[in-house]
Design a protein around this ligand. Structure first.
Ligand code: DP6
Length: 341
């Protein structure tokens, strides 16, 4: 096969990945855990070319990258080509490719996701180059593009094992087959949709290099992950929420302790954390978390989701999401329909 289309969804980490032990191999300093969402997918088609694309250069390895219908020649295109190099190495191919990617996150919602993007690219590219990878191998491949993409290969709740080398750093379902996770929802509150000033990759590097608290953060993450897996296994929503919120605040604390300092949370973000605490005092399930940006997700139950959404609506655009599918191969005509739409 020389053309394949795949779709993947973003994920929100409940135990965060923030720090690498090996940037070249994209090995994290600690494990993490997330919910793959049922909204905002990225759909990507990879088509192998017989010769370098017209207008491509040696820096893009003859590849061409088209994002939401617009050719891209910037850093996203370079990252895509570097990623395709891993796939070409695995497949023993040197053919360039055209990559068409569509991201369904609304522009300006602050949800554009490298996790969904590289998970979809890993699956589509591996198929286009003739590889037949199992989910574990796919998650290892997606990791090369972006750490968080490792988890978006998996449906529902994914645990990314830190591992010690390429073979052992992969994601899999948090609980074994047949075990039940409690029903959870996330209320996404988009307080500011602008692109962040400092990328996760850069701020992560800075944290490891300059924070006096970095080692403690990594130790605390490993411990939070153990506690989280145990809380999931006993379907303890309260503990899942508590670990989620306190772990997120610890991540923002370690980020704020870098030199020069980086701060992602805005006053409106803090207001949503306060709102979650107020909802808890009223007996509801509401625990806040935020990634490397000002937007906040409130973890809740299906029963409380509408009320939580109504309570935080004053702070930004809200959307209730739940656990979604892993990366899947899709019919390429679906992408054509989107392009035509
Ligand atoms: C705060 O996966 O975007 O969302 O591996 O350098 O591409 P790179 O970083 P990325 O970082 C995600 C950071 C986070 C936490 C998380 O998703 O676990």
């Amino acid at each position: 096969m020389s053309t394949a289309t795949a779709r993947a969804y973003p994920n929100i980490a409940l135990v965060k990945y923030w720090g690498k032990r090996d940037e070249q191999q994209m090995l994290p300093a600690a494990g993490s855990m997330s919910m793959t969402l049922d909204a905002f997918p990225t759909t990507t088609t990879v088509r192998l070319l017989d010769e370098p694309a017209a207008g491509s250069s040696s820096s893009d390895h003859g590849d061409v990258f088209v994002l939401n219908g617009d050719p891209d020649t910037g850093s996203a295109a370079r990252r895509t080509s570097l990623f395709l190099d891993h796939v070409r190495d695995l497949a023993g191919s040197d053919r360039p490719a055209r990559v068409d990617s569509h991201n369904e996150a609304p522009t300006g919602a602050g949800l554009a996701s490298s996790a969904a993007g590289f998970a979809a690219l890993a699956l589509a590219a591996s198929r286009a180059y003739g590889l037949d990878l199992d989910p574990r191998e796919l998650s290892r491949l997606a990791r090369r593009g972006s750490g968080s993409a490792t988890r978006s290969i998996m449906p529902g709740y994914a645990l990314w094992h830190a591992g010690t080398d390429d073979a052992t750093s992969f994601a899999e379902p948090v609980l074994p087959d047949g075990a039940r996770m409690p029903e959870l929802r996330l209320v996404i509150v988009t307080v500011d949709g602008r692109p962040k000033a400092v990328s996760s990759r850069e701020a992560m590097r800075l944290t490891a290099a300059t924070s006096p608290f970095y080692d403690a953060w990594i130790d605390a993450t490993a411990q939070a992950l153990d506690e989280m897996v145990a809380a999931c296994a006993r379907e303890d929503v309260e503990a899942i929420g508590r670990i989620t919120e306190s772990h997120a605040l610890r991540m923002h604390a370690v980020i704020a302790s870098t030199t020069p300092p980086v701060r992602y949370l805005a006053p409106a973000s803090i207001a949503v954390f306060d709102e979650a605490a107020a909802l808890r005092r009223r007996g509801m399930v509401a625990w806040a978390t935020a990634d490397a940006g000002p937007n906040v997700c409130v973890l809740t139950t299906p029963a409380d989701a509408e009320q939580v959404a109504a309570a935080v609506a004053g702070h930004g655009q809200v959307r209730i999401v739940g656990p979604g599918p892993g990366a899947t191969v899709v019919d390429p005509t679906e992408q054509t329909q989107q392009e035509d739409a």
